[in-house]
Design a protein around this ligand. Structure first.
Ligand SMILES: *Cc1c(COP(=O)(O)O)cnc(C)c1O
Length: 237
């Protein structure tokens, strides 16, 4: 397909994914989650950034339909090509840039990274009523994304007033051992409860068990499902 030429070229650089291995890794992840979650339901978002459409297909084949992407161009290329089929719900977990919202909006079901008034406005305008999370900057490091702890209640109120369907709070654990995430994760879950929000999006490959123990309802997992990414554009740390 000529129209997708650019995406095709990029797809060549993505590592390929072994669907059977993904299914096995997911089964292992679910066992690890269940060990700490008890009978609480915890959803898995499969983060396919840095991988091609075959990773999306593998996740769907293994039973995950929530697919997370950080970069607008990757999400649009994979969603536009129909990766994973019609069951896929795309979760946008990257930094919200206003000029990227119109292109993303037709595809995205859940916005995890609403973190400032301009992001609330842009998402509410192009994706009215969409499900959204407010991202809180757990570390307080001003170079990291997310609103401050003290601004979070106001941001949630603004998002609610804009008509977005506020699902919960989202956070990325600090660098270091998983244990370093425990306190901020517990604080995020407590804040979500205080604000009447049912969900907490926290926990990545390195700290998802800590996150689930602290009350996470949605973990965002890439590496532990698909293996290491080859690209150096992972904005996490
Ligand atoms: C990349 C990323 C993930 C997944 O990271 P892994 O460590 O590979 O599981 C989850 N959430 C966000 C916000 C990310 O940027």
């Amino acid at each position: 397909m000529k129209a997708h030429g650019e995406a095709d070229i990029e797809a060549v650089a993505f590592p390929t994914v072994d669907a059977a291995a993904v299914a096995e890794r997911l089964a292992d992840v679910r066992r690890r989650i269940d060990r700490v979650a008890g009978d609480r339901a915890v959803r898995v978002v499969a983060v396919t950034k840095g991988f091609g459409s075959d990773a999306v297909d593998a996740a769907v084949a293994a039973g995950i339909t929530a697919i997370g992407e950080n970069f607008a161009h990757e999400l649009e290329a994979k969603a536009g090509a129909g990766a994973g089929g019609t069951a896929v719900r795309w979760h946008f977990i990257g930094a919200i840039q206003r000029n990227k919202i119109p292109g993303l909006a037709p595809f995205v079901s859940v916005w995890h990274t609403v973190d400032r008034p301009a992001a609330v406005d842009a998402v509410a305008r192009h994706s009215p009523g969409a499900a959204a999370f407010v991202q809180v900057n757990l570390s307080g490091d001003p170079t990291r994304p997310g609103c401050s702890w003290s601004d979070a209640p106001e941001m949630v109120a603004a998002a609610r007033a804009s008509g977005l369907t506020m699902r919960g709070l989202m956070g990325v654990g600090p660098a270091g051992p998983p244990e370093a995430s425990r306190e901020p994760f517990e604080a995020l879950a407590a804040l979500a409860r205080r604000l009447g929000l049912p969900e907490v999006s926290m926990g990545m490959s390195g700290d998802f068990e800590t996150a689930v123990a602290a009350g996470s309802t949605i973990v965002r997992l890439g590496t532990v499902l698909f293996g290491p990414r080859h690209r150096a554009d992972d904005l996490r740390r």
